[in-house]
Design a protein. Structure first.
Lengths: 113, 110
């Protein structure tokens, strides 16, 4: 089966600019996750979707980050405006349902200048 | 609140054993273990749901002590391919969100 697809792989922007990431989960997976992984740390959940609905977004900085899941399949994560501390790898993952093993994409490495 | 992993790092020679611990201050529903190699995505190893349950993946196994809110990952007869950073992720009965520890970096040398 095809894995979780993410794009772009790398992105370099200046602070205060905007950026968007795209994720296509494994076919049939109802749950989709966006994580932020800062160098040397574990992944931190930003938002979790179950089909179209948001399960948890308690750690999403909503003044600058937004995410949506289109028709319960693809998802986009946007940052506007970016800050220096947003430099990280953004990982998308999917699972058949909540609480099940997660399959991760290769991530997008974001650098803020 | 994220779980606490120990040790932070461990260096092994091929064939040696190691134990990685994961502790939480909260009552847990499940513990997930993932391995991430440098520059790659985390890969799922196993999930533990019941107190005292043990599972295995090749020569990697894990236990979950529900009463102590602790899990341990056992690397037995380590191979070069075991090198990477191991993360535990925990969730609680009332929260679907998985919180990951800071990771344990394992280096296996020939």
């Amino acid at each position: 089966e095809a894995g979780v697809a993410q794009s772009p792989r790398y992105k370099i922007i200046e602070k205060r600019q905007s950026v968007a990431f795209w994720c296509n989960p494994i076919s049939g997976h109802a749950t989709l996750y966006w994580y932020q992984q800062i160098l040397g740390q574990g992944p931190k959940l930003l938002i979790q979707f179950q089909n179209n609905g948001v399960v948890d977004d308690s750690q999403l900085p909503k003044d600058r980050f937004s995410a949506e899941r289109l028709k319960g399949v693809d998802s986009t994560l946007k940052i506007q405006p970016a800050k220096l501390e947003d430099s990280a790898v953004y990982l998308c993952a999917s699972s058949p349902h909540n609480r099940e093993p997660q399959h991760f994409g290769d991530g997008t490495r974001l650098s803020i200048l | 609140q994220q779980p606490v992993q120990s040790p932070q790092a461990v260096i092994l020679r091929e064939g040696e054993d190691a134990v990685i611990n994961c502790s939480s201050s909260k009552a847990l529903y499940s513990v997930h273990w993932y391995r991430q190699k440098h520059g790659e995505a985390p890969v799922f190893l196993m999930i533990l749901l019941k107190g005292g349950e043990q599972k295995g993946h090749d020569k990697i196994s894990a236990s979950f002590n529900e009463k102590k809110q602790q899990s341990s990952l056992y690397l037995t007869a380590s191979q070069l391919s075991y090198s990477g950073t191991y993360f535990c992720g925990t969730d609680t009965p009332g929260d679907y969100k998985l919180s990951f520890g800071a990771g344990t970096t394992v280096t296996v040398r020939a």
